[in-house]
Design a protein around this ligand. Structure first.
Ligand code: ADP
Ligand code: MG
Length: 255
């Protein structure tokens, strides 16, 4: 049945680095239009899991399905066509490009050279400079970055830089957005702002998977949470339920 097909499904996914079982048999299903969270102590395999989902990290075993179809062998360079976008744990904006140009990179990553055949820029387009895609204008609007288009990353607060990263990912017009600790290093009001932004995107129908350290942020933002420890899932469910789980308390909250 169409409505019960997960956007993303992992079956028994494992990533081993030599003897280190960074991810060790994880299965999950992400249904459309919800915000999913992953919590877990440092080194529990959260970032490695995102790496495997985006095909940047080689998996040891398991199956990856997007809209019910396996993509375990699709090269990462073609992932944008699957419309999976991610932001990284560290800010990765290009310092020499302004906000608009950084976001344009996301839009450009959707089109490969073979998609562009027959549409070489005219002399007028070359004179005017690269066109601003509608996807970029839209991403700027959705992340409320209007007015910052000409700023360079170093001129922006940390929270605003992270918003530019979300905008760059949105410019890919993703069906699934993966976010690795998007509020790390933010103050309370910047966190609340990102949380509100992610919920707005959820209400527009965007499925998200969010690695989050801050328990309050996770409780405020996520519809459903997975808890990891030592590469394995130890609990899943509604955020409040997972936080109260004794195994999670012991592994993550140190109580
Ligand atoms: P988290 O994001 O939950 O903090 P990571 O996924 O970064 O955890 O790391 C999980 C485990 O895998 C850690 O023990 C880490 O040292 C190890 N690890 C991560 N990446 C590599 C790598 N490229 N090579 C070897 N070990 C790695
Ligand atoms: Mg990490």
């Amino acid at each position: 049945e169409r409505t019960s097909t997960p956007v993303l499904e992992l079956r028994d996914l494992a990533v081993h680095f030599g003897g280190v079982r960074a991810v060790d048999g994880v299965s999950m299903k992400l249904m459309p239009g919800l915000i999913y969270g992953i919590i877990g102590p440092n080194g529990s395999g959260k970032s490695t899991l995102l790496g495997a989902i985006t095909r940047l990290t080689r998996m040891t075993r398991g199956e990856l399905l997007f809209d019910g179809a396996s993509y375990a062998h699709v090269p990462p360079s073609r992932l944008a066509r699957l419309r999976v976008a991610r932001t990284f744990q560290m800010v990765r904006l290009l310092p020499d490009l302004n906000v608009r140009a950084n976001i344009q990179i996301g839009a450009d990553s959707r089109t490969t050279s073979d998609d562009r055949t027959g549409s070489r820029p005219s002399w007028f387009e070359r004179l005017r400079g690269p066109a601003v895609s509608p996807a970029v204008v839209d991403a700027i609007r959705r992340t409320r970055l209007g007015g910052f288009e000409s700023y360079y990353p170093s001129e922006l607060s940390y929270g605003t830089q992270r918003r530019v990263e979300v905008a760059r990912a949105l410019a890919m017009d993703p069906r699934l957005l993966l976010l690795d600790e998007p509020t790390a290093g933010m103050n309370q009001s910047e966190r609340a702002e990102i949380s509100g932004l992610l919920r707005d995107l959820r209400d527009e129908g965007l499925t998200q998977l969010l690695v989050e350290h801050d328990v309050q942020m996770m409780m405020d933002t996520c519809d459903y949470v997975f808890a990891m420890n030592s590469g394995q899932l130890i609990a899943e469910g509604e955020p409040g339920e997972v936080v109260r789980n004794p195994a999670v308390q012991e592994a993550y909250l140190g109580r």
